[in-house]
Design a protein. Sequence first.
Length: 111
Amino acid sequence: MKRLAAYVVFWAAVFVWSAVAPAQDIQNGKALFIKHGCARCHGTEGQGGAGARIGSKPPATAALIQYVRNPSGTMPPYRNQVTDAELGDIRAYLASIPAPPPVKDIPLLNQ
């Protein structure tokens, strides 16, 4: 019975959160990703480069916001340059990027 109650509470919370969460704008996220210079280090599709690979499977929005505000390593902090809502859009853009094919499925890399 406790399991059922927890299940109901969980889905009720998801429903309420989704009703109040702002819609994420993928196109705006892509524009912001370019505008704020993220693509310079992370690549235009989050494929990585000087910065980490973050495309197709970005961290949850809250984790992304926390990291962008207080990064470790060489990434500069973005404290006032981008809003939380804009970071939500950036995350939506990154999540919309399809994952690359496995290396074993790329003939040129298997010669």
